[in-house]
Design a protein around this ligand. Structure first.
Ligand code: GLA
Length: 684
């Protein structure tokens, strides 16, 4: 376990640095520019395998020694990556069997990156070797902040090595083929297996895959990649290096990893996060990624990459304006990030991503973009005390928790569910967005967590659900919790097998309903409910078995039948939404529920002004982050020390003016540290 801190009480600022692309004169200029912007951290070596090991077993790290020492002399720390995301061209020649095979049988070749078969013994051995080499050489370097193992695990292989490893995983899970056959419902379509050798990854086949096989393959891949990560971590630890080890998750589209178990296996949790729009929804996207990661980490986390100026998306680059780059950076930090790191430091002149944005654009340091980088450096220094977390580690007080479940995502991706337009991640995000819009803080949890401190817990479309998860939901309600279950949850067991007799089988008793049939809607079709609510995508024929209707379907064949129900169980209630509320209705529904439960906005009135308010708890007090995403100046109220401008707000007047696009960080309450806090902080 790491005992060295990646972050001794200050925010990390910098990003991926790929100096092997540049001549030495540029290195010198890089370091000058980094100093001018107060950059204190770079991630290095991420794609350097071919430079570090130009021929199998022959290492050449002089160039890395040189740049690391130069960085260190300039006071810049580094995360050192193991370069295993991109095996060099010689690797293909020497180990052709270690290349990945797509589901259609195409074997990939080198020429890009991420071209590896995760289960190939040669790939795993080569990865361990290079990790060991780097750990032994740099594991005690004073500038080392941490280990960045691999980069965005996620290449899925369907080839022969994957088949062998998948079978091994399945044998450990099921023991016998009979049990596998039962779990996968192979009695249908003549899929019954009589020999383990016949069991394959879900390769291209004539028509639909077996859904249980597809989800098991997802589970297997997450576990297999975690094993590969853990092997490298073990090499690092065996070298005696005490620096924390992380690997960067990719959000929000990547669903190859079960993030809760992966987070527990790391010393620090980190993500790469790229806006998927240049429209206003980008801000909710930042909050979504940050809230998820803080929750997985159960505390502080690291933003390992974001884009500074522009990212290629679809058929063009979408731009990020300087003020947005700064607001987004503070948005991640407000929600628990200890860093603002970017891909990449200097825009490449050539190579595969040469039109990707960077801290230093092609124009160089004399640019509007780099002016913003300098400005952000000043801001991060001014607010650096926020990086000292409270002793209990809880950075944000939330009354609301949304269940996040990788299995839920995987199971709703199997084909031929009632409506293929259902997207688990969109469903979760739409619910998170509703709370963001009303300025209410949200955590994510997984079934089984202690949720007693939350006043509201929401289960979004968790189609496959274990008995334990259902019992957990029930215990929360019985002891006084308010649970909302969104449509298509608890319908099947973890083998993707429907619990028959009425949906949602696992949760029928808790919700006090019996759903007789699912009635998917057409694209663009909506269904009106009483209470001015509107549904889309989905509707259900719901019968109450004890629950009270809260809203009914207003028209069509379901007219007069319950659409939203509430069941009182023990000291709490379980509410069921049998349709997908449109975003507007979802916003209204959850805003009303928050009012009813007395769940308040972080800064009352702020969201209506276009100001995102987030309160981050710290060792010295609470910090109110105000991010003004609107286009007109606004006045808000607050009291405390505004750290960026160095001004004090209140007590005479607490009115505070925010220009459009601006940010403010107010230390609301300074307090004496407790003895315990002093001790913890001094240890770091
Ligand atoms: C990922 C990778 C980076 C880079 C960026 C581009 O996050 O980790 O190497 O390719 O995407 O957006």
């Amino acid at each position: 376990m790491a005992d060295q801190q990646y972050n001794p009480g200050r925010l990390l600022y910098g990003g991926d640095y790929n100096p092997e692309q540049w001549p030495r004169e540029v290195w010198a200029e890089d370091i000058e520019l980094m100093r001018s912007a107060r950059i204190n951290t770079v991630s290095i070596g991420i794609f350097s395998w071919a430079m570090l090991e130009p021929r199998e077993g022959e290492y050449e790290a002089g160039w890395l020694d040189e740049i690391i020492d130069q960085l260190h002399d300039a006071g810049i720390g580094f995360f050192l990556a193991t370069p295993t995301a991109s095996p060099p061209p010689w690797f293909t020649r020497v180990h052709p069997d270690a290349l990945p095979v797509r589901s259609d049988g195409t074997q990939l070749s080198h020429g890009s990156r991420d071209t590896y078969a995760i289960s190939a013994p040669a790939y795993r051995a080569a990865s361990r070797s290079i990790a060991r080499f780097l750990a032994e050489r740099y594991g005690h370097h004073p500038g080392l902040r941490g280990w960045h193992v691999h980069n965005e695990y996620g290449t899925i292989d369907y080839g022969p090595h994957a088949a062998v490893a998948f079978r091994r995983w399945l044998r450990a899970k099921y023991g016998t083929l009979d049990d596998l056959n039962t779990a996968w419902t192979t009695a249908f379509w003549s899929q019954r297996y009589s020999d383990w050798e016949d069991v394959l990854p879900p390769r291209a086949t004539q028509y639909l895959h077996n859904p249980a096989q597809a989800v098991d393959f997802k589970r297997f891949n997450s576990d297999e990649m975690l094993a590969a990560f853990s092997e490298q971590k073990a090499e690092i630890e065996a070298s005696g290096s005490h620096a924390p080890v992380t690997t960067n998750f990719m959000l929000p589209t990547w669903n190859h990893l079960e993030q809760w178990s992966w987070s527990a296996a790391q010393d620090a949790v980190s993500i790469d996060h790229y806006l998927d729009t240049d429209g206003p929804d980008g801000e909710t996207h930042v909050a979504y990624g940050a809230d998820l990661t803080r929750s997985w980490a159960h505390g502080p986390w690291l933003l390992m990459e974001q884009n500074a100026t522009g990212i290629r998306m679809g058929d063009r680059t979408i731009l990020k304006e300087p003020d947005r780059m700064i607001r987004n950076s503070l948005g991640y930090i407000a929600r628990g990030s200890q860093s603002s790191l970017f891909f990449q430091w200097r825009a490449s002149a050539g190579g595969s991503e040469f039109w990707h944005g960077a801290l230093v654009p092609h124009a160089g340091g004399s640019s509007r973009a780099f002016d913003a980088v300098i400005e952000l450096g000043g801001i991060l220094e001014a607010i650096s005390e926020v990086a000292e977390p409270p002793v209990d580690g809880r950075l944000i007080e939330s009354d609301v928790a949304i269940v996040w479940d990788a299995e839920g995502w995987w199971s709703t991706e199997t084909p031929h569910l009632p409506n293929d337009a259902l997207s688990y991640s969109e469903e979760v995000r739409a619910t998170h967005r509703a709370f963001w819009r009303s300025g209410v803080s949200v955590d994510f949890v997984r079934a089984g967590d202690d949720v007693s401190r939350y006043r509201l817990v929401i289960v979004p479309s968790m189609f496959a659900m274990s008995e334990d998860a259902a019992a957990w939901a029930s215990a929360y309600v019985t002891s006084g919790g308010q649970l909302v279950v969104q449509f298509f949850s608890g319908v099947a067991d973890l083998n993707q097998s429907v619990i028959t007799g009425g949906y949602p089988g696992r949760l029928r008793e808790l919700l006090g309903v019996r759903v007789e049939e699912i009635r998917p809607l057409h694209d663009g079709e909506t269904v009106e409910l009483s209470g001015a609510l509107q549904g889309e995508l989905w509707s259900e024929r719901v019968h109450s078995e004890g629950a009270v209707p809260v809203a009914e379907y207003s028209a069509g064949t379901l007219a007069g039948m319950p659409a939203v129900t509430r069941n009182t169980v023990g000291a709490g209630t379980a509410t069921y939404l049998s349709t997908r509320l449109t975003q507007q209705s979802r916003d209204a529904f959850y805003a009303a529920l928050c009012d009813e439960l007395g769940i308040a906005e972080v800064l009352p009135g702020a969201s209506a002004l276009g100001v995102e308010a987030v309160r981050r708890r710290g060792a010295r007090g609470d910090y109110l982050f105000l991010l003004h995403h609107g286009t007109a100046p606004v006045t808000v109220s607050g009291a405390g020390d505004e750290l960026i401008s160095g001004t004090t707000i209140g007590p005479e007047t607490d009115a505070f003016s925010l220009p459009p696009g601006s940010v403010a960080v107010i230390r609301e309450s300074s307090r004496e540290w407790t003895l315990e806090e002093e001790q913890v902080l001094h240890q770091t």
